[in-house]
Design a binder for this molecule. Structure first.
Ligand code: HEC
Ligand code: HEC
Length: 453
């Protein structure tokens, strides 16, 4: 017993020392449970991990009907956009709810790439107005059973909407959404608390959405690498939107080893244009000399070191990691919650820095850095050329296959919500200066090589 306590104390001390490490810290391996990829995919795009939604009878009125059927789903889902699913609420009413692809898939030409982070989303408009409209519309037209079936989703929507407005389009709010939902939930029972029980973080910290095909290499989840233990529990966290209690959460969890197995099976899309192979080969040598120690090596026999890089080395915007230290209540909530219980618990272990991500399929994951602040690889690798204010066309998004990233225009201030403003807190494009010392020719070669990953 004494020995155990001592072992425990040293591991806590070690973790605390690691949080502020001056050097890159390798993340220890974190084995996961096996699962069935096909079953997981089916559940992901058809399953009822949310159990409340808008009445299916009113979907046309909510403007959610869609004929493209990009996922070739069958039944009711065939006439919904790919990021919505038909489910049955516990009272038997057919409802429609958003699914994970709302954030974790993106249209690319005529198809949709499942697992590509959606970098075209728009959280820059307050949604509280549309929530009230939906509510008023429901009150006027829905049956009592339909109202009951949508109550949990509308409740979460109303409680979170005021907190989820970003300064520009193209960045995600999931971290704050989770924090606000946690504030409204008893950690042990998940029962909804009408008034928030935790102080809600001041700022929306904008993030990109990581590609799912990278997870198979990573020993920890999320940009800060703080997601440890059982990944399946993190994967189902969206269930906090609508869950009634932990018995429902336990049922949902039983599907998520399969979902994880599906995520592990996803391969990145291939660069669709010709690649200059001799140039890429030169780039590989430059990459292996300058980048591999953090990002690993690729091809047969490839390695990935799973390193957390402290903020004083990476120097990118630290708002995201700082939020874990300045408002630790969310971490404390999580680490004493249902998520951290049972024989296969999850845990949040904060670190003052970011994981150096695997770069597989990096050609299509622009904008770059965890806060989506850099439009393409060329500017990522040459910090003096990074634009301070840059705008994408969100109506007709256009990709630049040479500079590898989004086409953009530069301005001298933020004129519209389509402009990314790197002078705002959390939106800085500083840091990751490792490409600056390369010559223009070396940089070109590295970019050619990155197209092959
Ligand atoms: C509202 C948008 C949103 C929804 C819905 C959403 N996610 Fe995420 N997800 C994110 C964002 C943003 C991150 C990155 C957060 C961070 O690292 O700070 C993320 C991170 C992840 C990661 C970690 C990837 C990595 O490499 O670290 C996985 C896996 C994941 N989500 C799976 C899911 C699944 C499965 C669902 C559905 C049950 C889901 N997500 C629903 C936005 C979303
Ligand atoms: C000291 C470790 C380290 C070195 C060396 C390094 N990187 Fe990185 N790299 C990181 C970290 C950490 C991040 C994530 C930073 C963030 O998001 O704030 C990153 C992010 C990136 C990204 C963005 C990925 C994305 O999807 O947003 C690319 C691309 C990249 N690095 C390429 C390179 C190349 C090419 C080199 C060599 C010239 C290099 N890196 C050298 C640590 C490193």
């Amino acid at each position: 017993m004494v020995v155990l306590l001592v072992a425990c104390a040293t591991s806590v001390q070690r973790q605390q020392a690691e949080q502020y490490s001056a050097k890159p810290v390798p993340i220890p391996p974190n084995p996961q449970q096996p699962g069935r990829p096909d079953t997981g995919y089916h559940y992901l795009v058809n399953g009822n991990y949310l159990k409340s939604g808008l009445p299916a009878s009113l979907i046309k009125r909510f403007g959610l009907a869609d004929t493209a059927n990009l996922l070739r789903r069958t039944g009711d889902n065939a006439s919904l956009p790919y990021d919505y699913t038909t489910i049955y609420a516990p009272n038997g009413v057919k409802v429609v709810a958003p699914n994970c692809l709302y954030c974790h898939a993106q249209k690319w030409g005529d198809s949709v790439v499942v697992g590509m982070g959606n970098s075209l989303s728009d959280y820059s408009m307050p949604t509280i107005g549309s929530m009230m409209l939906a509510n008023a519309f429901m009150n006027a037209t829905a049956s009592p059973a339909e109202k009951a079936a949508s109550a949990n989703l509308l409740r979460a929507g109303k409680a979170t909407a005021p907190y989820l407005v970003t300064a520009s389009k193209g960045v995600n709010i999931a971290d704050r959404l989770t924090a606000v939902l946690a504030a409204h939930r008893n950690p042990a029972s998940f029962v909804w608390q009408p008034t928030p029980q935790l102080s809600i973080p001041q700022q929306v910290v904008p993030t990109d959405v990581p590609a799912w095909w990278l997870l198979k290499k990573k020993n920890a989840m999320f940009y800060s690498g703080f997601g440890r233990g059982n990944f399946a529990r993190f994967l189902m966290a969206a269930n906090l939107l609508t869950v009634t209690d932990t018995s429902e959460a336990a049922e949902v969890l039983t599907h998520f080893n399969d979902v994880l197995a599906y995520l592990y099976s996803i391969e990145p899309p291939k660069y669709p244009h010709p690649i200059n192979q001799p140039l890429a080969a030169q780039g590989k040598a430059v990459f292996n000399a300058n980048c591999s120690k953090c990002h690993g090596s690729y091809g047969p026999g490839g390695t990935y070191p799973n390193l957390l890089i402290p903020t004083h080395i990476i120097k990118t915007d630290s708002t995201l990691v700082q939020s874990n230290f300045s408002t630790p209540q969310f971490l404390q909530w999580f680490n004493k919650s249902w998520f951290a219980m049972g024989t296969q618990p999850a845990a949040l272990v904060p670190f003052n820095g970011y994981i150096a991500p695997p770069l597989d399929g990096v050609w299509c994951t622009a904008p770059y850095l965890h806060n989506a602040s850099v439009p393409n690889l060329e500017t990522l690798l040459n910090s003096s050329s990074r634009p301070t204010f840059w705008a994408r066309n969100f109506e007709k998004p256009a990709y630049d296959y040479d500079k590898v990233g989004w086409q953009y225009t530069v301005s001298t201030k933020q004129y519209t919500r389509s402009t990314y403003n790197t002078t705002l807190p959390g939106y800085s494009n500083a840091g990751h200066y490792f490409g600056d010392k390369l010559t223009t020719a070396e940089r070109q070669a590295v970019i050619e090589y990155l197209k092959t990953l």
